[in-house]
Design a protein around this ligand. Sequence first.
Ligand code: NAP
Length: 471
Amino acid sequence: MREYGLFINGEWMVTEEKCAVMHKATGEAVAMVSVAGKQEVTAAVSAAETAFKTIKMEPYQRYEILMKASQLLIKNLQQMAETLSMEVGKPIKEAFAEVRRAEQTLLLSAEEAKRMTGEMVPLQGAPGCGKRWAFTVRQPVGVVCAITPFNFPLNLSCHKIGPALAAGNSVVYKPASTTPLSAVLLCEIFAEAGLPQGYLNLVTGSGAKLGRYLTEEQRIGFYSFTGSPAVGKSLLQNTGMRRVALELGSNSANIVHHDANIKAAAEACARYAFANAGQVCISCQRVYVHRQVYEEFCAKAVAYTQKLVVGNPLEPDTDIGPMISEQEAERAEEWVKEAVAQGAGILTGGKRRNAWFEPTIMTHVQPQMKVVCQEIFAPVFSIVPYEDIQEAIQFVNDSVYGLQAGVFTNSMDIAKQCALQLEVGGVMINDGATFRTDNMPYGGIKDSGLGKEGPQYAVREMTEEKLIVFA
Ligand code: NAP
């Protein structure tokens, strides 16, 4: 079985303690990965700090390295996609799509490296400042800590590492324990792309332990975290005056008005609910459908869902693979059973086999049920009828989360009303809440997070804007 080390200061370092990485479809161990301790975290931060202070990378060099890394991702497309499929349990077609998105994310980051800019400040407009001349410049924060989740381990890592390097920062990178192999491959790619040693350092191991060491490290200037709200909030409490970007969870909602294309809306909602076995932060979890088209919507969503292929994620036709663990599938099953005991109905699905949970559609749910008000993070969504649009908007906003929402309608008035009143970071008109492309500003409000991702926006978060005034 292959063993992988930590990547610190441009070298692979094997530790005594190791952790097995499981094949999520077979449950077999496929590799062993080193587990970092406090000493290795300190070494990784020292390497990042030294690289940042002593090796100057000009913007054009950063652009070239990021471009090269994006090309190498595609050169290694097959290996990377198979690794993702195996370590996440992600259907192989979705794994290929993730690698292609990651290529775009690095490419967008490369472009940002060349256009980091401040702005002229019209100081002359202030009384007595007629002769002054002022502008801002953007400067890197120094060492960025990137902590990533299991569900899109490659692309979400590129959303942190890409902009951090584009802005001239160095990085300490901590991937999810269940999915460290794509992180190893990504570090190999950056090394081959010519990234100077120390600019990217990989520490693997349990987040609960490493999170403490990483937040205690005062030399880290910025934390970019994607993961669950509970961990995000604890990170925020422990980082003091250091800056933090948090991309957290959601129970994303969609509104389907009676004037929409119902078949297209039903299929989009089902597709978005079940991609990556529902383990997507903007997965479609709640759908509010106008009562006039409720029956039609339910029938079309069920028909689409029943055609989905549940199976081995490495098979090209598979739509739904296993969840990240059997334990997580059991949790989803419990939540569904609890809702049914409280009066909910199941239109299709609802059963579990090991780590596989059937694509499931629920009805007759109540706002306080876990399947509605908490993030289910499983292939399950609920359909709820509404009478008028104001009621639907209230349903969507009745959530501690606010990442994105989708609205299906052919009315400009309804679209405008929803766009302005929905309490979320992004509103998709005639598409689901789950739409994301990598150059858009992406991030939530309420418990869904702080700050925006998308290379152009992340570069702003990861730099200090400094004012320079000439008297
Ligand atoms: P998670 O359990 O919060 O883990 C995320 C990362 O944080 C992992 O690397 C984890 O390491 C680490 N971690 C755990 N405890 C920590 C601590 N005390 N301090 C610092 N780091 C710690 O989340 P997940 O289960 O991997 O991912 C699912 C969640 O991510 C969902 O809530 C989903 O909505 C959210 N998500 C949000 C977005 C977005 O862009 N808004 C995108 C994707 C996912 P270990 O793996 O070693 O525990």
